[in-house]
Design a binder for this molecule. Sequence first.
Ligand code: ADP
Ligand code: NI
Length: 224
Amino acid sequence: MTNTEIVEETIAFVKETLQGAEGGHDWFHIQRVFKTSLLIAKDEKNINILVVSLGALLHDIADAKFHNGDETVGPKLAHTFLTSIQVNADVIAQVIQIIENISFKKSLEKTTPNFNSIELQVIQDADRLDAIGAIGIARAFNYGGFKNRALYDPNIAPNLKMTKEEYKKSSAPTINHFYEKLLLLKDKMNTKTGKKLAAERHQFMMNYLEQFYSEWNGTPLERN
Ligand code: ADP
Ligand code: NI
């Protein structure tokens, strides 16, 4: 199989597997991360585009949240699939390590990652970029709505010191999520292009928040 055929087979597999997935991690999330990964990869030297493509396409193949926290389901599923279409063993090994290490939560908490590669850095940037900007705002409110959270409550301040467990249990309004996570992401980007895209999306969120508070308070922004 050519690399193009391998990528096409993988797209078909991922679309099929993610049928019925929840909104934040559906096929369209994968498609955005795949496209943004390729965009970022264009500016990186010595990067394996097949590994980037397969890693991006398979990075959320089995979210541990829906498998009782079992983080081995995704890597196993990816391994079985890639072996079945006879992908080179070295490529498979690289892709599996990416899937094991990509998690947003893991990467925010870990101080010493146990694996790193330029391909992982590119996909991680693309995944983080999908959590900020216009799409990120939409995903956050979609998640908050699913959890029946308030949009905003001026009496509940963001808490930047929550542990992972507290964060999961928290029923804080969605606006707090901007301060607790989304606005911190621009400083966690790995690549040059990732940083540039994150800066634009960060500014968009800042403008959004300014507009949000002005509408909330009934104090229109002064615009010239
Ligand atoms: P990832 O798939 O990157 O690991 P999550 O599963 O934690 O991320 O979140 C999926 C989406 O839901 C992201 O866009 C994230 O910002 C959003 N989200 C997660 N937790 C919250 C929260 N407490 N409030 C609002 N949005 C959230
Ligand atoms: Ni993702």
